[in-house]
Design a protein around this ligand. Sequence first.
Ligand code: BEZ
Length: 335
Amino acid sequence: MAIFQAGGKCASMSCPAAYGTAVTRCLRHARHYIASLLLLWGFSMPAAATLFRIGLITPPGHQWTDAADAFASAVATQYGGEHEVIVYPSRQLGTEAQMLQLLQTGALDFAILTVSELSNRLPRFNALYAPYRVGSAQQAAELLGSAAARELLAGLPDELGVIGTGYTMAGMRHILSRKPLAQVQDLQGIKVRITPLAPVRDFYRLLGAAPTPMPLSSVFDALANGQIDAIDMDLESIWTLRYYEYADTLLLSGHMMFPAVGLMSARGSLRLPAHLRQALAALLQQQLEAVLNRYPALEAQWLNQLQATGITITAVDAAWFGEAPVQWQQHTLPP
Ligand code: BEZ
């Protein structure tokens, strides 16, 4: 297997060479690959670094990927070549469900996953998706940084074989639509792309819409070719992935927060001394919290940029959605 393909792509992880960070990653893959080959051929390498892998679904340039890259840099700074982290963004290691399985077997060391991957298995996490539980990204950051939210992670090693280092987020959810949304009735029957996740599906069903589960990687094409009418999305993705070019009505609803979680393989961590396990988890969480805390200001910036494009932006609150937020509490949360 050649590590570099013609055209400058990294064959091991097919990352585009156009990205600076991806090139660095390619070099790391190459080093890892050469070290493996030498070992295979019976050569010994001087004190090889322990390589850890972190996977996530977001592309280079997304805040979560930046956090993963910053984690890798922090480990390199702190452990100077003794331990190294390689970042695999853009679903290079598979879907979130597949990455969770890799964490469970110890084949993957770390991941940053949407909390949906937990709440699809453990309904207590549904509480984090309650419509209008928080009114802003600032409140969302406070809630996700709270002891009560961290408490939800405590049972994960026994339940799922992963250690939750803590949360980050992609701010608040809004609706970007190809059709005008003057009143809640306008959502009736329209196909709204959602993250595959029961609490979000329930919310749109209560609104009479047709929730259409779809991974982030499929959204652009589905929106561009008219397969869906609207998307449930955050401002970062709407702006940086240019979804607004294909749907020009933004309902600035902030109806839910969109949490993510830092995870470490419980099985993999057993191979590490306790002090290293704790130090690595803390380094990852520092970066996730940095994203959590900068998100409120970033949202304001992305909103300004979207306003400058001239798309129609209408701010609405819980009242716009009628009974649905209250019905959601009765319908979705365990008693
Ligand atoms: C989404 O499924 O909408 C999503 C996933 C990860 C980051 C941002 C958005």
